[in-house]
Design a protein around this ligand. Structure first.
Ligand SMILES: CCCCC/C=C/C(=O)SCCNC(=O)CCNC(=O)[C@H](O)C(C)(C)COP(=O)(O)OP(=O)(O)OC[C@H]1O[C@@H](n2cnc3c(N)ncnc32)[C@H](O)[C@@H]1OP(=O)(O)O
Ligand SMILES: NC(=O)C1=CN([C@@H]2O[C@H](COP(=O)(O)OP(=O)(O)OC[C@H]3O[C@@H](n4cnc5c(N)ncnc54)[C@H](OP(=O)(O)O)[C@@H]3O)[C@@H](O)[C@H]2O)C=CC1
Length: 284
């Protein structure tokens, strides 16, 4: 495995992680970095063939001297029974669950006025309820007695998420869930944090970093996740780390178009002043 992690090799030797959505994109980058650090990783999602192919690709990169193993297990996080089965399979196979990374998720873009109730529910079920199922089952079956670390991947929804209102609402809810669980489960030695990535692909990133662009940004997220899972973050819980190069502070994809749907100004001198401001010629 090419050494790309900034962390000490062997940092997570003999630990066990579940990474939902671990076979593609950001989840795959997280899984690969965990494996590089010696962790046993269970990658899980709905499409089993794609998961198995990803696991095989990851196996090829694990050096023979490493204790790390990767296991693909199918699970739809929207289904509570499937999540229960996933957790019990992991415990049967590895005997422990140190880390849970809730990365599985997704949405479609649509103006809120056109979202069907079914579409809204599909996105809330995936991103909010799915994350809750995984946290709850892992806690009940292992972390309540033995402690552990949970990281939830959310999104840059701090200014709302126009065009994807369902996912904005679900991710904001996970940000809040992170705080509640961090407090409820602190006495069990469980830390819960979130990572909010900015947009991973961008034209500028591609221009600046050529072929490295997308993978570089995925790696920066996986390193942030590994940090939160590590003893270096042992005093951090209930927090959300933005990994977005400041994007959430300055960037907005949406503007409100010019319109005249303002509320009427109250009668009096302010209304006169407003009229003049909007139409300076009116006084002439
Ligand atoms: C602008 C940049 C910011 C980027 C920030 C975030 C980036 C990312 O998250 S990256 C990518 C993550 N991947 C995805 O989001 C793609 C996966 N998306 C999905 O799988 C679906 O959108 C899903 C989350 C709704 C899950 O779908 P599934 O469980 O497979 O359910 P269905 O496909 O049966 O759909 C149920 C229901 O949802 C509505 N719907 C689904 N897709 C669309 C669509 N493209 N447009 C409008 N509505 C959609 C629809 O009502 C579906 O029901 P039916 O009409 O009966 O099919
Ligand atoms: N890329 C970006 O710019 C950003 C991404 N994010 C979030 O980061 C996470 C990873 O995104 P990214 O890697 O880019 O996208 P991907 O589409 O590659 O990853 C989404 C993963 O989630 C899995 N998944 C989706 N629904 C379910 C489900 N019901 N049960 C189990 N697994 C599921 C998918 O696998 P399968 O289809 O096999 O189930 C897939 O592996 C997502 O939550 C995404 O919304 C947030 C902000 C920005």
């Amino acid at each position: 495995m090419a050494a790309s992690s900034v962390f000490r090799p062997g940092l997570f030797n003999h630990k066990v992680a579940i990474v939902t959505g671990g076979g593609t994109g950001i989840g795959k980058a997280i899984s690969e970095e965990l494996l590089e650090l010696g962790c046993n990783v269970v990658i899980s999602s709905r499409k089993v063939e794609r998961l198995e192919a990803a696991a095989e690709e990851m196996r090829q990169k694990i050096p023979a001297s490493s204790p790390a193993r990767v296991t693909p297990l199918q699970c739809n996080i929207r289904n509570e029974d499937e999540v229960k089965d996933l957790v019990s399979s992991v415990l049967k196979r590895y005997g422990r669950i140190d880390f849970l990374v809730n990365n599985g998720g997704g949405q479609f873009s649509s103006p809120a006025e056109h979202m069907s109730s079914k579409g809204w529910k599909a996105v809330i079920d995936t991103n909010l309820t799915g994350t809750f199922h995984c946290c709850q089952q892992v806690y009940a079956a292992w972390m309540k007695q033995h402690g552990g670390v949970i990281v939830n991947i959310i999104a840059d929804m701090w200014k709302g998420f126009p065009g994807m209102a369902h996912t904005g609402a679900a991710r904001a809810a996970v940000d809040n869930l992170t705080k509640s669980l961090a407090i409820e489960w602190a006495a069990s030695g469980v830390r819960v944090n979130s990572v909010a990535p900015g947009t991973i692909f961008s034209k500028t990133a591609m221009e600046n970093y050529k072929d490295l662009g997308p993978s570089l940004f995925k790696m920066s997220i996986s390193s942030a996740v590994c940090f939160l899972l590590s003893p270096g973050a042992s005093y951090i819980s209930g927090d959300t780390l933005r990994v977005d190069a400041g994007q959430s502070l300055y960037h907005s994809m949406w503007e409100i178009p010019n319109h005249s749907a303002w509320p009427e100004a109250p009668e009096g001198e302010n209304q006169e002043a407003l009229k003049e401001l909007l139409n300076p010629k009116s006084k002439l």
